[in-house]
Design a protein around this ligand. Structure first.
Ligand code: NAI
Ligand code: MG
Length: 353
């Protein structure tokens, strides 16, 4: 019996509603494959911020370091500015643990109504590989002459060679491992003068090591249009922090709901714990109503098991998810059903068992 030690941060809003479903599903799939879990809960959230002035304690990163992985719901809630909640918890964890890959699968499942006309399950099946620790999401910059008519704001994007090359290498490796062997790079080298031509050049350099991988480049504006027009064209899409963030909401939205989509913040070297969460946020508009879709969190749990070396647990979670979607008996409202968060979670657990 293998025992995994997981740090759990349910966070805010629907984060607290979907995480229990994820844990139940992981427990059920773990039992089938002799994997045990030890869950350690951290109540770090916007509520904590109101009480303590911090999203997580000063030694928060140290507390997390000893775990095999981190399982996160979502953070952010009205009353705390979003840049405080993100920069106070999520972004420091991604950076401190060098989780430089953000891997976000996009798939159209049988049973989920697709908003794009004429698309069948299987037509949409690709990965967004997002750079996760640098790029546009930088804290370098400042405001001068604040509060006056001469106010000037400067926000720096940072692209390092190391940071660019390692995310590209990850994306090329992933593309190489897939049947289609097709990589699309998100750029904007027509409008952004320095960083994006640099990005394009590094893509071309990296491509030389992967002669079998077919590479194309799209400016981000037409790339978003193509996600909607021809999603079946894509296999692996790599982008900077900002572009990857945008694409990984749009991609899942094209498959019916963003609430299914998972997000793996990966430290590929496994020097530090990686973190797994749904793509969606805390959804204050539906929080407390018990209608949140838990599947993004459950799929994130499956990715956690894949990362930790338990592909059988991953597969059993994915099969249960496919079955529950196909049956259409226990879908939440965002997928056109009437089931509650727990009803969907429980149906999935029954399929695992
Ligand atoms: P959101 O993802 O929370 O919500 C967007 C829309 O999708 C809402 O209408 C919501 O009801 C719906 N939705 C999201 N998840 C759902 C689910 N599981 N089931 C059914 N419907 C779902 O994004 P929004 O509104 O931009 O952000 C809300 C808060 O969440 C903000 O404070 C934001 O900063 C934070 N946020 C946190 C993230 C994280 O912790 N990783 C990621 C994105 C946003
Ligand atoms: Mg996002």
């Amino acid at each position: 019996m293998k025992k995994l030690r997981i740090a759990v941060i349910p966070g805010d809003g629907i984060g607290k509603e979907v995480i229990p479903e994820g844990i139940q599903a992981l427990e059920a799939a773990g039992r089938k494959h002799s994997v045990e879990f030890e869950w350690t809960y951290f109540d770090w959230s916007c509520e904590t911020y109101h009480q303590t002035g911090r999203m997580m304690p000063e030694d928060g990163i140290e507390q997390l370091r000893q775990f095999d992985a981190i399982y996160l719901g979502a953070v952010g809630f009205p009353g705390v500015p979003d840049h405080i909640s993100l920069w106070g918890l999520l972004l420091p964890i991604r950076r401190a643990f060098d989780q430089y890959v953000n891997l976000r699968p996009v798939r159209l499942f049988d049973g989920v109504p697709c908003p794009l006309a004429g698309k069948q399950p299987g037509d949409i099946d690709f990965y967004v590989v997002r750079e996760n620790v640098e790029g546009e999401y930088s804290s370098v910059g400042g405001i001068q002459y604040e509060g006056t008519e001469h106010e000037v704001v400067c926000q720096q994007s940072l692209f390092t060679r190391r940071g660019t090359d390692r995310i590209l290498k990850y994306a090329f490796d992933l593309a190489q491992s897939r049947e289609a062997k097709h990589l699309s790079s998100a750029t904007k080298s027509n409008g952004i003068y320095h960083s994006m031509p640099y990005w394009d050049n590094r893509v071309l350099k990296m491509a030389k090591h992967y002669p079998e991988v077919k590479v194309d480049h799209y400016h981000i504006d037409i790339l978003t249009a193509n996600f909607v027009r021809v999603p079946e064209h894509f296999d692996v899409v790599v982008g900077s922090n900002l572009f990857g963030d945008i694409l990984s909401d749009l991609g899942p939205a094209c498959t019916g709901t963003i609430a299914i989509a998972p997000s793996a913040n990966i430290n590929p070297e496994k020097t530090y714990p990686s973190m797994f969460e749904p793509v969606h946020g805390s959804a204050p508009d539906i929080a407390g109503q018990n209608i949140a879709n838990p599947l993004g969190t459950i799929w994130a749990g499956a990715m956690m098991m894949q990362h930790l070396g338990f592909p059988a647990v991953h597969d059993s979670l994915m099969q249960a998810m496919e079955t529950v979607l196909k049956e259409k008996q226990h879908l939440t409202r965002d997928m056109g059903g009437v089931a509650s968060t727990q009803e969907l979670g429980a149906a999935l657990v029954r399929h695992i068992a």
